[in-house]
Design a binder for this molecule. Structure first.
Ligand SMILES: Cc1cc2nc3c(=O)[nH]c(=O)nc-3n(C[C@H](O)[C@H](O)[C@H](O)COP(=O)(O)OP(=O)(O)OC[C@H]3O[C@@H](n4cnc5c(N)ncnc54)[C@H](O)[C@@H]3O)c2cc1C
Ligand SMILES: NC(=O)c1ccc[n+]([C@@H]2O[C@H](COP(=O)([O-])OP(=O)(O)OC[C@H]3O[C@@H](n4cnc5c(N)ncnc54)[C@H](OP(=O)(O)O)[C@@H]3O)[C@@H](O)[C@H]2O)c1
Length: 317
């Protein structure tokens, strides 16, 4: 096990916003495939695009996002605004040459409660409708903190995702599994993934394979609508911290462990509350007033005041 002397976590320098909304780059889609099991009630696609010859070549790291501007106009006749999509490729992209990058996109489909009209999200459906060869306008990259440290082999990682929040972790896990020094340093990677049904386990075969073949990788699933906990509650990702305590507490107590959280807004408060109940305040910044209270008594508003600590990285939306 590596004990780090320095406290500062060294993150890579990244170039941001090479392409802005007023000068987006146009790139072709080279692959679009269904990312869930066929029986899933959700529509999620793994989409790859070719950035060769643009200034995005070799410029995007796992944890960063690219912006997409859907074709057409909004209801007021203005160009659509940029929506962000996390890159799911490892460093060097899908091809290892930094020319092909990928993301995973869920079609947003809602019924408007008042008007009873079906609402389809603008950009997620635009992207999922694109066929091989179609061009998309992109901006970015964005994001400079939700990245792996330069010396990733010196850390353990607990990665927690819901739904398409898995996107950055596919790339990060591939990078970490390629880093042979991580295992030889005795460090480990835990991926906790939450989704509604088993049919929605994204990149399942990749993670199952790593779990079976690499002793440093552990894949924990939280299937909210299929595997109720003994008390009947849904097994949300944060409850894995309790339900798999024997596995997770020892790693969370190590000084060189980093937590990354990505996905649904709201999951972070659940995670911080449970970490606090476990006495793991080192992953958060909490007011003294709150620290004196039992985390079980923290109100929703109080929970919102908690900020990630130096060893916690958050990307929720
Ligand atoms: C850093 C970051 C990374 C992200 N990465 C990913 C990713 O990897 N994959 C992914 O799938 N998503 C990702 N997202 C989310 C993504 O940016 C979009 O927000 C998402 O795809 C929805 O966009 P949309 O244009 O389809 O929906 P929008 O058209 O923007 O609609 C969003 C929501 O607004 C409501 N709404 C808006 N207008 C109406 C209306 N007229 N009637 C009824 N309801 C309405 C609906 O509830 C709808 O669900 C990320 C977000 C961030 C911030
Ligand atoms: N970088 C980023 O910021 C980034 C990247 C990618 C995606 N995202 C965002 O991540 C979200 C993923 O949504 P999705 O539709 O893809 O997910 P999804 O497939 O519906 O899965 C979400 C899972 O989280 C569970 N859940 C609901 N509330 C929760 C809570 N408070 N705490 C913990 N778990 C909870 C859900 O359970 P039940 O539904 O059964 O209650 C479900 O199992 C989207 O909002 C997307 O915009 C952000």
């Amino acid at each position: 096990m590596t004990i780090l002397n320095e406290t500062a976590i060294r993150l890579p320098e990244v170039e941001l916003n090479i392409y802005k909304p007023e000068n987006p780059v146009e790139v072709p889609v080279v692959k679009s495939e269904i990312a869930t099991d066929a029986a899933s009630p959700n529509f999620v696609r793994h989409i790859e695009f070719d950035v060769s010859g643009t200034d995005l070549e070799n410029k995007v790291l796992p944890g960063q996002a690219l912006g997409v501007i859907a074709d057409g106009k909004d209801e007021k006749g203005r160009p659509h605004k940029v929506r962000l999509y996390s890159i799911c490729s490892p460093t060097g992209g899908e091809d290892g040459k930094g020319k092909i990058y990928a993301t995973i996109v869920k079609r947003v489909i809602d019924e408007h409660w008042e008007t009873q009209k079906l609402f389809t999200g603008v950009c997620s459906n635009f992207l999922c409708d694109r066929l091989k060869g179609d061009k998309i306008r992109m901006t970015g990259p964005s994001g400079k903190r939700f990245l792996l440290p330069e010396n990733a082999e010196d850390y353990n990682f607990v990665l927690m995702a819901t739904g398409t929040g898995i996107s950055p972790f596919r790339g990060m896990v591939i990078d970490l599994m390629r880093n042979s020094a991580l295992a030889s340093n005795g460090n480990e990677v835990f991926l906790v993934f939450g989704c509604p049904y088993r049919t929605d386990l994204l990149y399942k075969s990749l993670f199952d394979e790593y779990d079976a073949e690499r002793k440093q990788f552990h894949y924990l699933k939280a299937i909210s609508r299929e595997d109720p906990r003994p008390d009947g509650t849904k097994p949300y990702v944060q409850y894995t911290l309790i339900d798999q305590k024997e596995l997770l507490l020892p790693v969370l107590q190590r000084e060189n462990t980093l937590i990354y959280i990505c996905g649904l807004k709201g999951m972070e408060t659940g995670i911080f509350k449970i970490l606090a109940r476990m006495g793991l305040y080192e992953y958060m910044r909490v007011d003294d007033e709150l620290r004196d209270l039992n985390p079980l008594d923290w109100t929703r508003d109080q929970l919102k005041t908690i900020k990630p600590g130096e060893r916690a990285f958050l990307e929720v939306y």
